[in-house]
Design a protein around this ligand. Structure first.
Ligand code: PLP
Length: 395
């Protein structure tokens, strides 16, 4: 008998993909320039020249297309440890780094490694990346999300205390956040660590904090983003090069387990075991070799700030409520009506493809991905103005 749950997962696309596919059809019908697709988080910053040059030269080396060890090429794991040490002053052991196919597989693997009972629970913070629910359920856990403060999408700590029960084995944090662009402050990270420490004492078992880091380097206005393993010992990092090097289709990232983590060797071995069970033989070999040489590189993120500034300024002028996010490449705009689906449908009629926020566990907003060409942002402004007029908004 074919697994009905998997049929459902494979048939019902996420709302993001559904809108993206609709955009492709609309573009073919109405022309590229009349569709403003703000759906997908596909980086628009150019892949750095050094990445292309290094890949070209790697192609002449022997063995770059062959299997590596399951945990990844040693020189790449070494380079990852050095980059983290230089950037954040935090020491990792290369034997506790597991190179993965992006953050998505890192998350799915780590959850599979840490969940062992049906009653186990994974907790995250609203609004959240919808695949967290899919990966948690696949690992056999229940999934719950903590409310946020609506003014800045920071953590609602009283709701956290309510929902942080004995069954919670893993908490997932994502800062800068997709979809809100919020960056959790150092004060809040300290507060979160204190609560987690108190609760693991009380419950008598570790609570692992999984930090999902595809947007780590995309921060604006000179703010500093706390490196979470420095604040909470039981942190496991799932990092991705998708956005930092604009190579999202190449599938490369890593899991980093620190020696400060409780049962770190077992946690790491369980991740390798979960990866093995899920058929991840090794991450793409060519890109592991690339990371060995280029783990310190970053792409130019200025286009994301430019797009953010143009949109926030104009959307506010048109009468929308749209806070300026401190990181990632998304805006989270308040809908002028309660029903985000209905608002997204009305926007769609004007060629604006905006993702309704119930996809991210929160009602009443739309996500606008700003990782598009500046030309698309500028050309979309008259459509946004029309949308505002539809609801009689005034700036
Ligand atoms: N986590 C978040 C919050 C994301 O936004 C994404 C991708 O957009 C991922 C994980 C998956 O990233 P990757 O391409 O590294 O698998």
């Amino acid at each position: 008998m074919i697994n009905k749950n998997m049929i459902k997962k494979g048939t019902n696309r996420s709302k993001i993909r559904e809108l993206f596919e609709y955009g492709k059809i609309l573009k073919a019908k109405a022309g590229e320039d009349s569709v403003f697709d703000f759906t997908l988080g596909n980086p628009s910053s150019k892949t750095p020249d050094i990445i292309k040059e290094t890949l070209t030269s790697l192609l002449n080396e022997n063995g770059v297309h062959l299997y590596t060890s399951a945990q990844g090429d040693e020189s790449a794991r070494n380079a990852i440890c050095n980059t983290i040490k230089n950037r954040y002053g935090f020491k990792y052991n290369k034997n506790l780094i597991y190179i993965t196919c992006g953050a998505a597989s890192g998350l799915a693997i780590t959850l599979k490694a840490l969940i062992s009972k049906k009653s186990d629970c994974v907790l995250t913070f609203k609004p959240y990346f919808p695949e967290y629910a899919v990966f948690s359920e696949n690992a056999g856990a229940k999934f719950k999300a903590v409310n946020c403060n609506k003014n800045d999408f920071s953590i609602d700590f009283s709701d956290l205390k309510r929902k942080l029960t004995k069954n919670v084995q893993v908490v997932i944090i994502n800062t800068p956040n997709n979809p809100s662009g919020a960056v959790y402050s150092e004060k809040d990270v300290i507060k979160l660590s204190k609560i987690l420490n108190e609760k693991q004492q009380e419950f008598g078992h570790p609570i692992y904090l999984l930090t999902d880091e595809p947007y780590r380097e995309i921060v604006f206005d000179g703010i500093n983003i706390p490196f979470i393993p420095k604040y909470y010992d039981n942190t496991i990092v799932c990092y991705s090069y998708s956005k930092s090097l604009s190579i999202s289709g190449e599938r490369i990232g890593y899991i980093a387990v620190s020696e400060k983590c409780e049962n770190y060797q077992d946690v790491y071995s369980a991740c390798l075991g979960a990866g093995r069970c899920m058929g991840y033989v090794c991450a793409p070999s060519l890109f592991q070799k690339l990371i060995a040489k280029c783990s310190d590189e970053l792409c130019d993120m200025s286009v994301y700030k430019d797009n953010r500034d143009i949109l926030v300024e104009n959307l506010t002028k048109f009468g929308f409520t749209c806070p300026s996010p401190k990181g990632a490449f998304y805006l989270f705009m308040k809908c002028p009506i309660d029903d985000a689906n209905e608002f997204s449908d009305v926007a769609k009629e004007l060629g604006l493809l905006l993702v309704p926020s119930n996809t991210f566990g929160l009602e009443g907003y739309v996500r606008i991905a700003t990782c598009v060409e500046k030309r698309v942002v500028l050309n979309s402004l008259p459509a946004f103005e029309k949308l505002a007029k539809t609801y009689n908004l005034k700036g």
